[in-house]
Design a protein around this ligand. Structure first.
Ligand code: AGP
Length: 613
């Protein structure tokens, strides 16, 4: 989704805003823009199509600019193409009000007709131009000041939005409002900042307020005032939070791309989770408030998420089923909201999300709450919307994840779900404490095994070139191996733009096999001892159609006759092989992506957190 940033203060606003946008570019890179003002001088608006660099070049071409306040935006197009005409900031025709917006206005057409009827004209196809002109309409019609106009818009416009506005009448003041989309504001000694996400302002402050839905406010003269929907000042009720991320966590360092940096950070991220949520080699969820008694009472677990978060659920389902008799249902959050089946009593809904802002997952959580089901969120971004709405929260300590294709957050979520499954099984009496200790020791050996894989990345890079010209690639496996193939295929598609599919290995012969011809790469994940013979039969099946079979397996399974290439993962408990297989699949996607000259951090048409339905 889009990224917005705003600043007012003593420092050079243009530099702070453009810096902030570079940290938000993972939220959208279709176009970008900035509106700046030097004290009460006129506003300057600069917009550019495409990646942020185009905007930075345009601003630099303007020479030395003085500015004390401004707002900026990087766009992920939802309404209107990626052209400069649709780039933000958008403004009223007289530039009286200028604004940037993250979100979607669902009734923008109806509002546009209302404004057209009142003499407004439009230069773009965006919902945002309508939103800004609606503020202008209420501001000029009712003369109740910015908050009155903004609050009227908050009620009248349906959908989600976080907006930052500049009013001609109020130099050196930035106004903001939130409903559904993320918005934080912070302060330093030299000024006030607002942004869609923490990395944009972490360089200047690690003290932030999380703006609540239907709140608005104003930043001026080093002060921030918050208002509610009645226009009352609610600043005293706002809590200033401290962010425990370091600026260096948001930097690429010596890495060419964030994706490979974050792939390499997985051992550390997994360790961090194990350190926080285990004690004496036993699972410790006390700090979260989830008791053994509560786990014992559960008959059903729903796991909800989108994309890779959903894929974590798919692997977890296999492990919970393997260890306990508790019912598990994994659902795509975007579908779950519209399913009609009644949620079972004595159940827990687990909502998995890296960003904690994914709209579909947030709505799925709300549905569970409406049906009286307890909710547990597993999230990487503290203070985001989903954990603020959930009954229980488990944070993954993966640190800021910037690359659009998730890697370290996926691996951390997987570890948390392993711990959840073990705690559930122990509470249910399906495993003993000493068995749990054995499993935990096995988990604590994973980071070193991940390191050993990462120390031999060349073993994957050598395959990359043979994929570059491919049109189709298949990832197949059985049961849990199929579940990890789903994540492998998603990663591959996201950053290589090559069509790939994950299929249950036994399902190919029922149709998909028609697509397997000479030279088609088929990655077969075969790590489950009880299924190895079946998986080898599937290797033979595709090999006989001319496929290039790459087997990801264990050394003890002799698959060399059934596959062209073999990748052996370090030995680990069969429940945890996914955590090692995924490293190879992420590296494959990464190396094929850069072999194709693609920027794996910003795959086309995608964004890091999807805050619209
Ligand atoms: C994964 O690489 C993608 N970025 C995407 O599928 C992502 O997993 C999905 O949008 C869910 O995001 P979340 O974990 O932030 O909720």
């Amino acid at each position: 989704m889009c990224g917005i940033v705003g600043y007012v203060g003593k420092e050079e606003a243009t530099k702070i805003l453009l810096d902030g946008l570079t940290k938000l570019e993972y939220r959208g890179y279709d176009s970008a823009g900035i509106a700046i003002r030097n004290k009460s001088e006129d506003l300057r608006i600069v917009r550019a199509e495409g990646v942020l660099k185009n905007l930075i070049d345009k601003v630099n071409a303007l020479g030395d600019i003085k500015s004390t306040s401004g707002i900026a935006h990087t766009r992920w197009a939802t309404h209107g193409d990626q052209s400069e005409r649709n780039a933000h900031p958008h403004s009223s025709n007289d530039n009286f009000i200028v604004g940037v917006h993250n979100g979607i206005i669902e009734n923008f057409q109806e509002l546009k007709e209302k404004l057209l009827h009142n003499g407004y004209t439009f230069y773009s196809n965006t919902d945002t131009e309508v939103l800004i002109k609606l503020v202008d309409y209420y501001y000029k019609k009712y003369k109740g000041g910015p908050i009155d106009a903004i609050n009227k818009v908050m009620v009248r416009a349906r959908g989600s939005f976080a907006i930052a506005l500049m009013f001609k009448d109020f130099p050196d003041e930035i106004w903001f409002a939130k409903k559904g989309s993320p918005l934080i504001v912070g302060k330093s000694d030299t000024g006030c900042f607002l942004a869609s996400d923490i990395p944009a302002i972490l360089k200047h402050t690690n003290k932030v307020y999380y703006v609540e839905d239907f709140q608005s406010g104003c930043m001026k003269n080093n002060s921030i005032i918050f208002y509610d929907l009645n226009g009352d000042d609610v600043t005293s009720s706002m809590e200033l939070k401290t962010i425990d991320w370091q600026l260096s966590d948001t930097e690429k360092g010596n890495y060419p791309f964030y994706m490979i940096k974050e792939i390499e950070e997985q051992p550390k991220a997994v360790w961090a989770c194990l350190n926080v949520y285990t004690k004496n080699d036993l699972v410790d969820f006390d700090s979260i408030g989830i008791t053994k008694g509560y786990l014992k009472s559960l008959d059903m677990v729903y796991i909800l998420g989108c994309g890779s978060a959903y894929n974590v659920g798919r692997v977890s389902e296999c492990i919970i089923e393997e260890l306990t008799d508790v019912g598990v249902r994994v659902e795509l959050a975007s579908e779950f909201k519209y399913r009609c089946y009644k949620l079972k009593k004595n159940s827990l809904a687990i909502i998995i999300s890296q960003s904690g802002e994914t709209k579909d997952s947030y709505e799925a959580l709300q549905k569970c709450k409406e049906e009286g089901i307890k909710t547990l969120s597993i999230v990487n971004v503290k203070g985001s919307a989903i954990p603020r709405a959930a009954d229980y929260n488990i944070y993954t300590y993966a640190g800021p994840e910037i690359a659009v294709a998730t890697t370290k957050a996926y691996s951390s979520q997987l570890i948390i779900m392993y711990l959840f499954a073990l705690a559930l099984a122990e509470a249910k009496g399906d495993i003993s404490q000493s068995e749990m200790k054995t499993y935990i020791k096995e988990l604590k050996a994973l980071p070193d095994k991940m390191e050993s894989i990462l120390s031999n990345k060349a073993s994957v890079q050598k395959f990359a070139n043979q994929f570059v010209s491919k049109k189709d690639v298949f990832f197949i496996g059985r049961e849990m191996d199929y579940a990890i193939c789903e994540e492998g295929s998603l990663k591959f598609k996201e950053v290589t733009y090559i069509h790939s599919e994950a299929k249950p290995a036994g399902e190919l012969k029922h149709g998909t096999l028609s697509l397997v011809t000479t030279g088609v790469p088929v990655i077969v994940v075969a790590t489950q001892p009880e299924l190895i013979e079946k998986s080898m039969a599937n290797m033979e099946e595709v090999k006989s159609r001319g496929a290039n079979v790459i087997a990801i397996t264990l050394e003890e399974f002799n698959v060399s006759n059934s596959s062209k290439y073999q990748i052996y993962i370090p030995k680990t408990n069969k429940l945890f092989t996914s955590s090692l297989v995924i490293i190879y699949l992420q590296l494959l996607a990464y190396y094929v992506s850069i072999a194709k000259g693609i920027n794996p951090d910003q795959p086309r048409n995608l964004a890091k957190s999807v805050t619209v339905e």
